[in-house]
Design a protein around this ligand. Structure first.
Ligand SMILES: Cc1cc2nc3c(=O)[nH]c(=O)nc-3n(C[C@H](O)[C@H](O)[C@H](O)COP(=O)(O)O)c2cc1C
Length: 360
């Protein structure tokens, strides 16, 4: 595969644990995502034959270009896992060097690899040899923390070992989501390596896709939280800004339920699993806020407190309390009669206890 041709101008759905579930990837594909990435799979679990991990390699027939993302720190294991991914239909395989979660980094996985560029080189080298001509890509952050922003060293090590593209999430591991993504740093990587660079971080609206590309010169962009909050960002990438009103959003959620039932099944277990995903997705969907009346745009780092929903349905869709999410799930899974009347607004105490957004 010619990665430069594949990536040129692409708007990629990011790898997201939980968020990148197969029915949600299909929804994003239907809305225009041309490249989708699966949820991170652990190479060691794959080699041990762990069934749930194999499910993460599954590609939907309507995914036009599908990548599997692997996490691991052992070159031979990663090479073997890459072979498994390709045997199950991956168009390319990505190495996770960015996951900040403590449970991963203390085992030397994800972002912990940023501190070991030689290890990254060995992993990429082994994977390239194992699956060539299928491309291997690497997803990195800017470094472990602000004192160790070694992204140029890491990116060059990966490319010198045969990586066909580098995704740069413009933050360090320590920054998590607290500061804005550094798009200039992504531009430095573009200048430093000979392969296409995919820019990632803080894209929620189509003008931000253009701004990111202009500022960094990256070949493609990748979107994570934006895709969870407003999956039609992929349509906006070609058609320009769209405000999906509340009934249109409800229709998208209904479509997700249909795709979810096709994947999880319609028996009790399938419905339970789908409901679990629906409730989880509600935590992102409720954050949608349209462009402000004065033409400015909301940002993603904080929840917009001044948004005035335009009708009753929008009030409900924008609520982030558990009662509203359960009600919405009932509405979607069982129909209006079973959902009953909309739940009362939560007390101030309940509203304050809402959970933080998940993080990858
Ligand atoms: C729910 C969630 C799960 C994530 N899981 C992964 C993952 O498995 N692998 C990965 O490389 N990044 C993961 N990420 C990080 C994103 O791919 C992306 O790099 C980051 O969110 C910045 O992009 P954004 O500003 O568009 O959200 C995850 C992010 C979120 C919100």
């Amino acid at each position: 595969m010619d990665m430069r041709a594949t990536l040129d101008g692409a708007v990629i759905m990011a790898p997201m644990t939980r968020g990148g579930n197969l029915p949600y990837r299909r929804l994003c594909s239907e809305l225009g995502a041309t490249i989708t990435m699966g949820e991170m799979a652990l190479s060691r679990k794959l080699l041990r034959g762990h069934r749930p991990e194999f499910a993460l390699l599954k590609r939907a027939p309507d995914e036009r270009c599908f990548a599997v993302q692997l996490a691991g720190n052992n070159a031979e294991e990663m090479a073997e896992a890459a072979r498994l991914a390709v045997s199950r239909g991956a168009d390319f395989v990505d190495v996770n060097c960015g996951c900040p979660i403590e449970d991963m980094t203390r085992r030397g996985l994800g972002a912990a690899l940023l501190q070991k560029p030689k290890r990254i080189a060995a992993i990429v080298d082994a994977m390239v040899k194992a699956i060539a001509p299928v491309p291997v890509t690497v997803k990195i952050r800017l470094g472990w923390n602000e004192d160790d922003r070694n992204y140029l060293v890491v990116a060059k090590a990966a490319v010198d070992s045969g990586a066909s593209a580098i995704t740069v999430h413009g933050r360090t591991r320590a920054a998590r989501y607290r500061r804005a993504a550094d798009w200039e740093a992504v531009g430095e990587v573009v200048q430093a390596v000979s392969v296409p660079v995919i820019g990632n971080g803080d894209i929620l609206f189509p003008h931000e896709i253009a701004a990111f590309k202009a500022r960094s010169g990256c070949t493609a962009v990748m979107i994570a939280r934006g895709a969870l909050i407003k999956p039609w960002i992929f349509r906006e990438a070609t058609d320009g800004y769209i405000d999906f009103d509340a009934p249109a959003r409800l229709q998208l959620l209904e479509r997700y339920v249909t795709l979810g039932r096709e994947h999880f099944g319609t028996d009790e277990r399938g419905e339970r699993r789908l409901r679990g995903f629906l409730v989880w997705h509600c935590g992102f969907w409720c954050r949608y806020v349209p462009r402000h009346a004065d033409g400015t745009y909301p940002v993603m780092q904080e929840r917009e407190e001044h948004f005035e929903p335009r009708n009753e349905l929008e009030v409900l869709l924008s609520r982030d309390d558990a009662a509203a999410h359960e009600w919405l799930c009932d509405l979607l899974l069982k129909g209006a009669d079973a959902a009953g009347p909309a739940p009362a607004l939560p007390t101030a105490e309940a509203a304050n206890s809402r959970s933080d957004m998940a993080e990858g």
